[in-house]
Design a protein around this ligand. Structure first.
Ligand code: ADP
Length: 469
């Protein structure tokens, strides 16, 4: 049989509380008993010493034993639970509680036995007698024999007090138990409720349900960390799921158009509507190449968008890399009569300050995307500038062009996958709208940022910031 966490916590809590309260009551009870026992024994001894002193004092005052004071002392002792017998040096009984009032003596002994048996059934006391020598100025005047319940006894008042104390103790114990019981249930509920929510959430995640957060108020640090982690996990999985669905939709959408076009061309040629010609086959071939390129970009994107992408960070000279990149576009630049400049700062000693700490291949891909866009979306005679600035803890790369620019409405979307600012114009350039999404993913993986400023018809500026060590 499996018990819930709440049941287990409640039961454990109650057991702990019962054990601690039980121990506390037991210790208090034993402590009180021992303390009272000591008190009763000391009281007994003190009373006896007082009787001895008083008899000796009166003997001296009155010049011998006299029932005049012995009656008073003996009866007083009897009332306190002690019988007194006094004998003189000749062993003659001078005063005896039994002789004076035997009935009272027996009643007192009886009462003490009943009292003590009611106090504890383990009480094994019995009537004891002790003798003391009575002296006057160092010479013996007689012998005092006291009789009492030994080793200790409690009188009526003391018993009432002890019983009241025990009742208070029991009542306090019972009240604490009830309180602990209630608190135990509340505390277990408070502790187990978020854990139950967390396990429900974990089960939901396992079933692929990512919606909803654990909003339960949690005061325990470790459980709070667990709940937060579970929420983060849920968000991450939900993100991944959304990306996966979105990618599937986007890819289907992007592939449909060129495939439909190839299918149409092929069908027309197969049906004899179009004559089979090298140009028509080349056109289909180009379309297939475009689809292949698109699939390659999608693969790149899915790799880079994975948050666990591994970067191979190293220090390299930015100018060399950018120079090589520009070289690749030489034909387009000459063809479109463009000017391209690379600006890398020099230190006061005339040394280039262009060391960049990043993943070289990925930064190469970023530059390639930005440069190809700048060339693609600029008309003849445009100017392209690549600037590198090294700041204290970051490097800034800026790519500007005096090309067509991007309309304000498109600007917030250009980093989205498959977004093309000008659909008709892009059909000619062949862009799939993936380049900037990849660029942004790479920069984000470096912990950096990319921003864009643009004015339609005037030009565009991309600014990349990369953290440096
Ligand atoms: P594409 O493959 O279509 O170029 P990108 O993701 O690289 O995809 O760019 C997204 C869209 O942003 C492009 O389709 C284009 O409309 C716009 N764009 C990007 N760079 C520039 C630029 N330098 N000048 C003008 N428009 C640009």
């Amino acid at each position: 049989m499996k018990y819930s966490l709440k049941q287990r916590l409640t039961v454990s809590y109650i057991i702990i509380v019962i054990a601690s309260i039980g121990f506390a009551i037991l210790f208090a009870n034993v402590g009180i008993k021992n303390q009272f026992k000591r008190y009763a024994i000391q009281k007994q001894e003190k009373e006896t010493a007082e009787i001895v002193n008083l008899i000796q004092l009166k003997y001296e005052e009155e010049g011998g034993f006299s029932s005049h004071y012995l009656d008073l002392i003996g009866m007083n002792a009897l009332q306190n639970g002690m019988t007194v017998v006094i004998k003189d040096t000749g062993n003659k009984t001078v005063w005896s509680a039994y002789e004076h009032n035997n009935g009272l003596c027996q009643a007192m002994i009886q009462n003490m036995t009943v009292n003590m048996s009611s106090y504890s059934n383990k009480w094994d006391g019995k009537y004891e007698e002790r003798t003391y020598t009575l002296k006057l100025k160092n010479s013996e005047i007689g012998v005092l024999t006291t009789g009492f319940m030994g080793p200790y006894y409690f009188n009526d008042e003391e018993l009432i007090f002890i019983k009241a104390l025990n009742s208070i103790l029991l009542f306090t114990g019972a009240a604490s138990l009830l309180l602990a019981f209630a608190l135990g249930i509340i505390m277990s509920a408070r502790l187990s409720s978020p854990l139950t929510k967390i396990s429900e959430k974990a089960l939901a995640l396992a079933k692929g349900e990512y919606r909803g957060r654990i909003t339960e108020e949690v005061n325990t640090r470790e459980i709070k960390i667990l709940a937060d982690t579970m929420n983060q996990l849920s968000e991450a999985l939900s993100d991944k799921d959304r990306l996966r669905k979105q990618l599937t939709q986007d890819v289907a959408h992007e592939l449909r158009t060129p495939l439909t076009s190839v299918q149409g061309h092929m069908e027309a040629m197969l049906d004899g509507v179009w004559e089979l010609s090298t140009e028509r086959l080349e056109s289909c071939y180009e379309e297939i190449l475009r689809i292949k390129k698109l699939i390659g970009s999608i693969e790149d994107l899915s790799v880079i968008e994975d948050k666990n992408i591994i970067l191979h960070l190293e220090k390299f000279e930015f100018q060399k890399l950018a120079g090589r990149m520009i070289h690749n576009y030489e034909n387009d630049i000459v063809e479109k009569n463009m000017t391209i400049r690379l600006n890398v700062p020099m230190s006061s000693e005339g040394v280039k300050e262009d060391l960049l700490y990043a993943d070289k291949d990925k930064i190469c891909q970023v530059l390639n995307n930005l440069l190809s866009n700048a060339v693609k979306y600029s008309d003849r005679g445009a100017e392209i500038n690549i600037t590198f600035v090294k700041e204290e803890k970051q490097a800034v790369i800026r790519v500007t062009d005096t090309g067509m620019g991007i309309a304000e409405a498109d600007l917030p979307h250009i980093f989205e996958r498959f977004y093309r600012a000008d659909k008709s114009r892009n059909r000619n350039t062949g862009g799939a709208g993936i380049g900037l999404a990849i660029t942004e993913a790479i920069i984000k993986a470096h912990g950096g940022s990319i921003t864009v400023k643009s004015k339609y018809g005037e030009g565009t500026e991309f600014t990349i910031t990369l953290p440096q060590v």
